[in-house]
Design a protein around this ligand. Sequence first.
Ligand SMILES: C[S@@+](CC[C@H](N)C(=O)[O-])C[C@H]1O[C@@H](n2cnc3c(N)ncnc32)[C@H](O)[C@@H]1O
Length: 196
Amino acid sequence: MPGKLKKLFTARGLHYLFTRFGSAALRKKCFDEKYLNGEWDYSGKPDFPLAVVVEKYAAAGHILILGCGSASVVGALKPGSFQTLLGIDLSPEAVKLASRQKSEAVRFEVGDIAEFKCGRKYDVILFAESIYYVSPLRRKKLLKYLAENLTGQGKIIVTIAQPERYANILKMIRKNFQVAEDRSFQDSARHLLVFR
Ligand SMILES: C[S@@+](CC[C@H](N)C(=O)[O-])C[C@H]1O[C@@H](n2cnc3c(N)ncnc32)[C@H](O)[C@@H]1O
């Protein structure tokens, strides 16, 4: 594909429009390009601040990451802090990068968050910078469904790097779920919500 066309998929305004209102195929293409051009490739940059939160709630159990991207949090998780981890992403390029970390306990699959069906209960369901790609019309219903598929103490963890821009999502979660943590990360605007 010509370079100019590829750039269209990642150009700021167009990327927003395509990934929020485009078909699944167009969204996939746009996300793939972000990984192919390196912009979203965080493999090799372990996300330690987020890993601390995930470990706290994982209780050495089962973790699901929706919109996992290159799954930078996985490289920061301590051995033994979880039993299994499944990462799902619409972008095959993201899954390819994430899969460098795969093991018997860790696997990654191409899939659509909106169509994901839980085959088990999870201790942690993580949306790291991915919840805003779920249609506003489906967000609450999806989170309610996922909350029903948590273990007794399980939690959904959401991070949002631009909390003012996505204030409506934070508001919807605060209104409809039992919130355990609602704060910014240290030295960062990135917001954290832990709930069930
Ligand atoms: C901003 S990136 C964040 C990636 C990763 N969680 C991180 O923190 O580095 C958003 C990710 O969500 C994925 N995504 C967006 N919509 C999706 C959907 N409907 N189903 C699965 N993955 C999706 C994109 O492919 C992309 O990898």
